[in-house]
Design a binder for this molecule. Structure first.
Ligand SMILES: *Cc1c(COP(=O)(O)O)cnc(C)c1O
Length: 422
């Protein structure tokens, strides 16, 4: 079981105290940020292990340092499990997180100035998909597509085909950080084939749902490259993976190391191996199925209570609420209000948001973490009602305090894995 941090308490009381407070914070409230989750006690043990002491530059069997017989075991396990889980031919498990995993792919196939087609940030794309503030946005020519304003988040593929033919991208990238629908990968593949581009799906958010087979797998549609973080729905430690066809294995591996990174974090890779093994078990499929059920119920409860959701519903683990339209104030205020009832969500831009990024019009809500704690549909109905009540009450501190009581009472019956509370 998880250790009691006795050594830490003795040598660094400041870090120890912050850790204890964070444990309490994670236990007493409910985490509805869709990109967050709770790892298992076994994953925690692996991440907190002495694998962190080891330098393992290179790949299994081809290292630049001695003493790697056991890190080879760990990394090979992680790679094989990833391949099995995502039904692919090659897996690189070394990217230090989601952003470097995407950078490694761009740098593997593109020269500075080359064009990459990606989704606009305000419509759900990620910073690493070419937002001007990201370094990648300065190095490559990102052309960004949008969703249909009135059609529940549909992407206009005829328009996208036209843009692709005009701009001749090297990579057709799809994937999102704030988009509540699934993709029809067929169309992206058709467009990429028409212009001779590589297909890349960044499934950072939905990796666990794809692994469990409850959302579409881009490899079933002939995709070349799939990237995913390991710490979101996949419920592992913070990291990234690049999955690909065999023909791209060498160029991807070289791009990650020595192209972009130095020594891999072997303790993290040990944790990833454990998480991937967990994801191969039947219980994980049940978990992923429940994430989607919970998300549907939460979305319906919110909409039935009068909340406007971008895309008017959800096909995945998250929803984006239009707070300005629903309540007449912004997402930052909404985030603050939910904090007061022990619910953590995050402010979020909505498509073509008229508000600035630090005061965007929406919030993003998701069910992966709550589902890991064991919450089901009935709990989602309660949470959904409390969320709308709180957002309507806004400055009524007394009302907010009484809702908070209810939230905390509910949370008491759902333990956070890896945290023992007195
Ligand atoms: C979270 C995310 C990333 C980046 O992951 P980090 O680990 O935060 O760097 C990349 N792409 C998408 C679509 C994401 O949602």
């Amino acid at each position: 079981m998880v250790n009691q941090f006795e050594a830490l308490k003795k040598t660094d009381i400041d870090v120890y105290t912050a850790l204890m407070s964070e444990m309490e914070r994670q236990s007493y409230g409910i985490e509805l940020i869709p990109s967050e989750n709770y790892v298992s006690a076994a994953v925690l043990e692996a991440i907190g292990s002495i694998f962190t002491n080891k330098y393992s530059e290179g790949y299994p069997g081809k290292r630049y340092y001695g003493g790697n017989q056991f890190t080879d075991v760990i990394e090979t396990l992680a790679r094989e499990r990833a391949k099995k889980l995502f039904k692919c031919e090659h897996a690189n498990v070394q990217p230090l997180s989601g952003s470097p995993m995407n950078q490694a792919v761009y740098l593997a196939f593109c020269k500075p100035g080359d064009t990459i087609l990606g989704m606009d940030l305000s419509h759900g794309g990620h910073l690493t998909h070419g937002h001007p503030v990201s370094h990648m946005g300065k190095i490559f020519n990102f052309v960004r597509y949008k969703t249909h304003p009135e059609e529940n988040g549909r992407i206009d593929f005829d328009e996208l085909m036209k843009v692709a033919k005009e701009t001749k991208p090297k990579i057709v990238l799809c994937g999102y950080t704030s988009y509540p629908r699934d993709y029809d990968y067929t169309y992206f593949k058709e467009i990429a084939d028409a212009v001779g581009a590589i297909t890349m799906a960044d499934i950072a958010h939905i990796g666990g749902l794809v692994a469990a087979g409850v959302m579409r797998n881009p490899f079933d549609y002939g995709f070349d490259i799939v990237t995913t973080t390991t710490h979101k729905t996949l419920r592992g430690p913070r990291g990234g993976m690049i999955l690909c066809k065999k023909e791209f294995a060498e160029v991807i591996d070289k791009s990650v190391f020595p192209g972009l990174q130095g020594g891999p974090h072997m303790n993290t890779i040990a944790g990833i191996a454990v998480a991937l093994n967990e994801a191969l078990q039947p219980e994980f499929k049940e978990y992923a199925t429940q994430v989607l059920k919970n998300s549907k119920v939460l979305a319906k409860t919110l909409m039935d209570s009068g909340m406007k959701l971008v895309t008017n519903g959800t096909d995945n683990h998250m929803m984006v609420a239009d707070i300005v339209t629903s309540f007449g104030y912004d997402g930052k205020e909404a985030e603050k209000t939910l904090d007061k009832i022990a619910i953590t969500a995050n402010k979020q831009v909505i498509p073509d948001d008229a508000n600035p990024p630090l005061r965007p019009s929406g919030i993003r809500i998701g069910t992966p973490a709550a589902t890991t704690r064991g919450m089901k549909e009935a709990d989602m109905e309660k949470l959904g009602k409390w969320i709308v009540e709180a957002l309507q009450a806004k400055d009524d501190e007394q009302k907010l305090a009484s809702i908070k009581e209810n939230v905390m009472k509910l949370c008491k019956s759902f333990k956070v894995p890896g945290i023992k509370v007195k």
